[in-house]
Design a protein around this ligand. Structure first.
Ligand SMILES: [Zn+2]
Ligand SMILES: [Zn+2]
Length: 160
């Protein structure tokens, strides 16, 4: 599963990871089931898939917490959500409306697009549903930062 570009997770998994990030620490399966109105057995299956992907650490007694890699990734997912929601509020939607709309399509927007939008918006610190944090992806070296393609370094004498 390719997840680093922001596109490899289902909308439900994105929502769960954002919830883990916002709650912090171990979240119980029963809490997730109540919060999202989903059968606990379905939650257990999703948690084990996220654990297999290296994003969650399963806890004893039916729960899980973000792994270190999951923490970094979830921080990006939260930023993506809030940048997109903030953009929609600039075009007439209320904070709540933007939050709900973005929750339906956020999983389809690439990390590179979010980094560039964040730059163009001047790295806002407050979105409609929470604080926005910035990382080397959006604060880096101009548009396209966060892509892993290294710039070619000319060797001496290579250019006339
Ligand atoms: Zn929101
Ligand atoms: Zn930024």
């Amino acid at each position: 599963m390719e997840i680093r570009d922001g596109l490899g997770l289902s909308p439900r998994k994105v929502t769960y990871l954002r919830y883990f990030f916002e709650r912090g620490g171990v979240v119980k399966t029963s809490d997730l089931a109540t919060r999202f109105g989903v059968d606990p057995s379905t939650i257990t299956k999703t948690l084990s898939e996220l654990s297999d992907a290296g994003l969650l650490t399963l806890a004893p007694y039916h729960g899980a917490s973000l792994s270190p890699a999951g923490m970094i990734y979830a921080e990006f997912l939260v930023k993506r959500h809030r940048i997109l929601a903030l953009a929609l509020t600039h075009y007439g939607l209320s904070d709540d409306e933007a939050c709900a709309e973005v929750s339906r399509f956020e999983s389809l927007v690439s990390r590179d697009a979010i980094n560039r939008m964040c730059q163009a918006m001047g790295h806002p610190h407050q979105g409609g549903c929470g604080k926005i944090t910035h990382d080397t992806g959006c604060l880096g070296h101009g548009a396209g930062a966060g892509l892993t393609v290294p710039l070619p370094v000319p060797k001496e004498g290579e250019y006339p």
